[in-house]
Design a protein around this ligand. Structure first.
Ligand code: GLU
Length: 306
């Protein structure tokens, strides 16, 4: 039976994608293209698309950024399923999962400072941590790290192809809970993706190496591994990733159709020139009818003037 013909009651797990911006500033062109790609992948797979605001790290959260991102997405015509999920509502669950990892001896306390680690070799995700504190009995002022076994972690990225690393040697014991008592990005992401039953993660290439840590945690926690697609990141003329941290310009909500058109161009979809001056609804229809992630195969970055 064709997938499209399956009855609603089918037990087959349907595509569930998400967009998970951090509210460290307003939407910019780099995050817009991630939103467009993840949305179009979900829509062309007859799937659902969820919005999660990654605000577990409340120290980096900017006042009003979540509302501004949501408003911008709405104005650009994105429609997400269900309510917006805020990581700040999951703190109890995060603590339960942390306790589970502690109780089952998957983790250890570490009080190494950045300075202590500065001579360690650099691996796929920054400094490689070789288990320095694994056997110490640390009582206070600690982060929590996961014990990485001598294991190869591999996955097939839908855009970037086969990926593999030796987790203990190429990354080392990574942090799951920070010294300032905030959950790490990796642990929060796998818990939330699992809670919502995310089947497909579409995000920027800069997060590709994070996937090894996230797959490792998913396996410890008995979660299903989603399918990953890492789309190219948008960079400026100096090859610097467009990011709020480096002052990427806020998207103008007065240039919605241009933003979308430019986003589709950046994603190598080659929209026809006349679409540039068309309305929002026609741009989205064209995008859904013509979306092809194959056009991004092995592309890691895109230089843009936005
Ligand atoms: N919140 C992360 C960011 O804005 C993305 C997380 C993810 O997609 O896994 O960079």
């Amino acid at each position: 039976m064709n997938k499209k013909d399956e009855p609603e009651s089918s037990n087959i797990i349907k595509y569930r994608g998400r967009f998970a911006p951090s509210p460290t500033g307003s939407l910019h062109f780099g995050s817009l293209i991630t939103a467009i790609a993840s949305y179009l992948e979900a829509k062309t797979s007859q799937g659902k698309w969820f919005l999660r605001i990654d605000n577990a790290d409340f120290l980096r959260e900017q006042d009003k950024a979540s509302d501004s991102i949501k408003r911008s997405l709405e104005l650009h015509g994105f429609e997400w399923d269900g309510n917006t999920h805020y990581q700040s509502n999951s703190l109890t669950l995060y603590n339960q999962k942390k306790d589970h990892l502690i109780d089952n001896d998957y983790v250890f306390r570490c009080n190494c400072s950045r300075k202590n680690l500065r001579n360690n070799p650099i691996g796929l995700n920054g400094v490689i941590y070789k288990g320095t504190c694994r056997t110490k009995n640390i009582k206070e002022d600690f982060s929590i790290r996961v014990i990485t076994e001598h294991l190869k972690v591999a996955f097939k990225d839908e855009i970037q192809g086969h990926q593999a690393c030796q987790i203990d040697e190429d990354i080392g014991d990574f942090t799951i809970w920070r010294r300032d008592n905030i959950i790490s990005y990796h642990l929060a992401t796998v818990i939330d993706d699992n809670e919502v039953g995310i089947t497909n993660v579409v995000r920027g290439y800069d997060l590709l190496n994070s996937t090894f840590c996230q797959l490792y945690l998913q396996n410890i926690l008995n979660y299903i591994n989603p399918i990953y697609s890492h789309i190219p990141i948008a960079t400026d003329a100096n090859n610097q990733k467009l990011s709020k941290q480096f002052g990427a310009a806020e998207l103008s909500n007065k240039l919605i159709t241009q933003n979308l058109f430019n986003g589709l161009c950046a994603l190598k979809q080659e929209p026809p020139t006349e679409l540039r001056s068309d309305n929002l609804s026609n741009i989205w229809s064209w995008a859904i009818d013509n979306w092809s992630s194959k056009k991004l195969t092995m592309v890691k970055s895109i230089t843009t003037l936005n």
